[in-house]
Design a binder for this molecule. Structure first.
Ligand SMILES: Nc1ncnc2c1ncn2[C@@H]1O[C@H](COP(=O)(O)OP(=O)(O)OP(=O)(O)O)[C@@H](O)[C@H]1O
Ligand SMILES: [Mg+2]
Length: 836
């Protein structure tokens, strides 16, 4: 248990763990790893099969189906009940199987992007410790590690030293605000120096010793399942909207059928099985199966071909629906490998002294802030300035924070005085300088001129203060009255694939917006260099109501980024967010789809739904296409199934009221439904036409339902025309139809044939180019048509109460079918023209 190893003073804890501030040796770590095992949660429990099946039952359609089955059983309509329950079982099994396969491949993929931690390990007992990245799974109790902003705490740890450390520990305690942590020497409940696995570092840095790993951590003991999946993405919203309309229909159907039959035909409860079968006929019961299969196949293909890892399956659909992609600049459009370009004084002349002060600040921030790795700008400063900083004695430092936009270090100077060095964004630093307003504007213009060249700009200011604890506190909390020293500028090369990726996204109908913490001019120049027109660059403070038409929004705090993303979503867009830093985490969570490159900080990778395993940004374009592909297939399935189901139901109800007998026996309705379901599975393997991949694939419940009703009515008309033709053929215009078996068989055949036609004609973005091989949908439609023709005369057909038809009965429905296909094609063309 964590508390046994972590209680008492720091020294006691280190002694108990047989470790020290310098960490373990490699041999110690290896033998401990063998003894205690890997640092992985034992509880990444894959759900058991019964559990999966129960979960599949929670799908609303399956649940309604189950209810209908139970109603049939209650009125002792055993045949109907058995068929419905078989449908439920098959759909559950298919779905559970699909989810199982998807889970398995996802687990394997997630391991690809598993995190690492920076530990101090010594090659031998007498050698100095070296910071080294190891996979999180290899951490052992006693390891000394470093934590920095955006890191996931990889095990239960006790802080040895910490600077400005705040952690989110909501996963464990439910608190939403970050909690400040200090390396106090005694563990006590009011202020504990422990940080637990499952929390994330919001700001600051620390050095800490691992007290518990794997199954021994508090997180594992609490049996929490990590990161509950996020609900309410674009996908969930549209499928929910459609599902609920349908479910209302389904629940209304049986009572309506019963009532209509009772009032108009004087039939009683004996029509209930028929009523139930009709309601079942309306249900798209294969929807969950199709959805899982389409998304899982798409995700697997993306991982294989473009190293894109979709962590949450519905995110693939949402990617297909994305019409606005927000990206951050540094580290995404640029490489985040800044190189010092120039150091200049207030007059704009080269001045090495400015660089020296900036490097002194960077050196002491690095020494004192307990960060696992230096910030990119600090690293560049130290590289260029060479060995500086050690001539002073560091007193205190606060690392850079994207909210405040400055960093400060306090060093001991001569004669008992302290020097405060503040570096940061030009506005933030100048605001703290004792500079006249006119002079300040001139200096801001100087910074803007440098930024115009695409350079990142760091302002440097210092202050000389008498030594004392109060000075240190004031200097790090709120430094004021500083003396401006100058600017250091950095060149950060563009990411090699960024320009191509932006071009591809624009070609795919996705609007790209850049939300950055950097200077407006730097951002504008980077965009221009990438071929993206920055337009009128605004700062986040100028846009309280969302970005509107702005392409580039600069000087965003992490909250601004999240706020702008939320505003875009509220305006009806489906928003993707691509970012890699701590300052992107809130926006990644706020977007419909969060995307992070593999090199992103742990927290960003954890919050993202999609991780790009390669450095290649063009993978996003491919991922968007894969999303549209999957959504296109799901959309095809829904359109085809619902419009033909609706048509059948309406025709069946109308015929039921006009005929002296039921237009189809319940078993026939269900058999037909089963054949259709089987054929529909082909949609999971379809390749939608180019038209479907050209723009964002959004399923808008309203227009979708309008489509379904329109084409459903057309289908009902075809069915009723068949009905009329049959009536005519059987007995002339005035006689009542009396040969039930012939009528049932003919209608069964006609129904399956119309459904086959619908499958071919209502696919999303269909491209019936000549010479294209029949895809899976073509084959399935052919199979369906064959069953429709061959089943009635077969022994199984007669078991279902059908019979072989005289040749003439194939001819007349064939004419109806031909006319129907023409009408359908015409309506489809018209509808496409109206809404491209
Ligand atoms: N380590 C640092 N020390 C001091 N100032 C810094 C440091 N890093 C960045 N800055 C300043 O803060 C500004 C904004 O940086 P911030 O990290 O918020 O944005 P960014 O990383 O450039 O942008 P993006 O949001 O595109 O990743 C920079 O222009 C720079 O002036
Ligand atoms: Mg960034």
């Amino acid at each position: 248990m964590a508390s046994e190893a972590s209680g008492g003073t720091t020294l006691e804890v280190l002694r108990r763990l047989e470790s020290g501030p310098r960490g373990l040796t490699e041999t110690q770590a290896a033998s401990r790893l063998a003894a205690v095992g890997e640092n992985t949660l034992p509880d990444r429990r894959t759900p058991s099969w019964p559990r999966r099946c129960v979960r599949a039952l929670r799908d609303p359609f399956t649940a309604v189906l189950l209810c209908l089955g139970l109603v049939s059983a209650a009125v002792a309509s055993w045949g109907t009940a058995v068929v419905i329950l078989a449908l439920v079982a098959v759909s559950c099994a298919l779905r559970a199987g699909g989810e199982h396969r998807a889970d398995r491949s996802l687990t394997a993929l997630r391991e690809l992007v598993a995190g690492t931690a920076t530990v101090l390990r010594r090659p031998g007992p007498d050698e100095p410790p070296e910071p080294r990245e190891v996979p999180v799974g290899e951490l052992v109790p006693g390891d000394v590690l470093r934590l920095g902003p955006g890191d996931l705490v990889p095990a239960d740890v006790r802080l040895l030293r910490a600077r400005g450390l705040t952690v989110h520990q909501g996963a464990l305690t439910g608190e939403s605000a970050p909690v400040a942590k200090r390396a106090v020497d005694e563990d006590d409940p009011d202020e504990t120096p422990l940080c637990f696995q499952g929390s994330t570092v919001a700001a600051g840095g620390a050095t800490a010793v691992v007290v518990a790993t794997g199954a021994a951590t508090r997180f594992a003991a609490a049996h929490r399942t990590p990161a509950a999946p996020r609900e309410g993405g674009a996908f969930d919203r549209s499928v929910h909207g459609i599902s609920w309309v349908l479910i209302r229909f389904m629940l209304l159907t049986p009572p309506l059928v019963l009532m209509a039959n009772a009032t108009l035909r004087d039939r009683g409860l004996e029509t209930l099985p028929f009523a139930v079968a009709v309601a079942v006929g309306l249900t798209p019961e294969m929807l969950p199966v199709i959805v899982t299969t389409c998304l899982a196949r798409g995700a697997a293909l993306l991982a294989r071909t473009h190293a894109v890892i979709v962590k949450r399956l519905p995110a693939l659909h949402d990617l297909g629906a994305v019409d606005v992609l927000c990206v951050d600049k540094t580290g995404t459009l640029t490489q985040d490998r800044p190189v010092v370009e120039r150091a200049l004084d207030a007059a704009g002349r080269d001045d090495p002294e400015v660089l020296r002060w900036a490097a002194v600040g960077a050196w002491w921030t690095l020494q004192l802030a307990e960060l696992p790795a230096p910030d990119a700008l600090d690293e560049a400063l130290l590289e260029t300035a060479g060995p500086v900083g050690e001539e002073y004695d560091g007193v205190d430092a606060v690392p850079f924070d994207p909210e405040r936009r400055w960093a400060a270090a306090v060093v001991r100077g001569d004669l008992g005085r302290h020097t405060v060095v503040v570096t940061g964004a030009a506005e933030a630093v100048l605001e703290r300088c004792a500079t006249a307003p006119g002079e300040r504007d001139r200096l801001l213009a100087l910074a803007a001129r440098e930024a115009d060249a695409g350079l990142r700009v760091l302002a440097v200011a210092t202050a000389d203060r008498p030594a004392g604890a109060g000075t240190v506190h004031a200097a790090t909390a709120d430094p004021r009255g500083l003396a401006f020293q100058g600017l250091v500028t950095f060149r950060d090369a563009l990411a090699p694939t960024a320009a191509e990726a932006l071009r591809e996204l624009a070609g795919r109908g996705v609007t790209v917006k850049v939300l950055t913490g950097d200077h407006p001019a730097t951002a504008a120049r980077a965009c221009r260099d990438l071929g993206l027109d920055p337009g009128d660059v605004r700062t986040a403070a100028q846009l309280p109501d969302g970005p509107g038409g702005a392409t580039v929004v600069a000087r965003c705090t992490p909250e601004d980024k999240a706020r702008l993303v939320a505003a875009l979503r509220a305006a009806g867009h489906t928003v993707g967010y691509l970012g890699d830093g701590v300052n992107d985490v809130a926006a990644l969570c706020a977007a419909d789809v969060g995307i992070a490159p593999r090199s992103a900080v742990g927290m960003a990778r954890e919050s993202a739904d999609v991780v790009l395993a390669d450095k290649d940004l063009t993978a996003i374009g491919h991922a968007v296409t894969a999303g549209r592909h999957a959504s296109g297939n799901i959309g095809s399935y829904l359109r085809v199934t619902l419009s033909s189901n609706l048509g059948n139901v309406v025709a069946m109800l109308a015929a039921g009221l006009l005929l002296p007998f039921l237009p189809m026996l319940p078993a026939q309705v269900l058999a037909q439904n089963l054949c259709f379901d089987a054929a529909q599975l082909a949609f999971a393997h379809d390749r939608p036409g180019a038209a479907a991949l050209r723009g964002p694939a959004v399923l808008r419940p309203r227009s979708f339902l309008r489509f379904v009703v329109g084409f459903g009515m057309l289908n009902a008309l075809a069915d009723l025309a068949t009905f009329a033709v049959l009536a005519l053929a059987l007995h002339g215009p005035d006689a009542a139809v009396d040969d039930e078996a012939v009528f049932h068989s003919a209608w069964f055949t006609e129904n399956l044939l119309t459904q086959a036609v619908v499958m071919l004609l209502l696919r999303t973005g269909r491209r019936g180019g000549p010479g294209r091989a029949p895809g899976p949908v073509g084959l399935a439609a052919a199979g369906l048509a064959a069953v429709g023709v061959l089943l009635p005369p077969s022994p199984l057909g007669s078991a279902l109460g059908m019979t072989a038809l005289p040749a003439a009965y194939y001819l007349l429905p064939a004419v109806v079918l031909g006319l129907y296909a023409l009408a359908l094609a015409a309506a489809r063309t018209r509808q496409r023209r109206r809404q491209p």
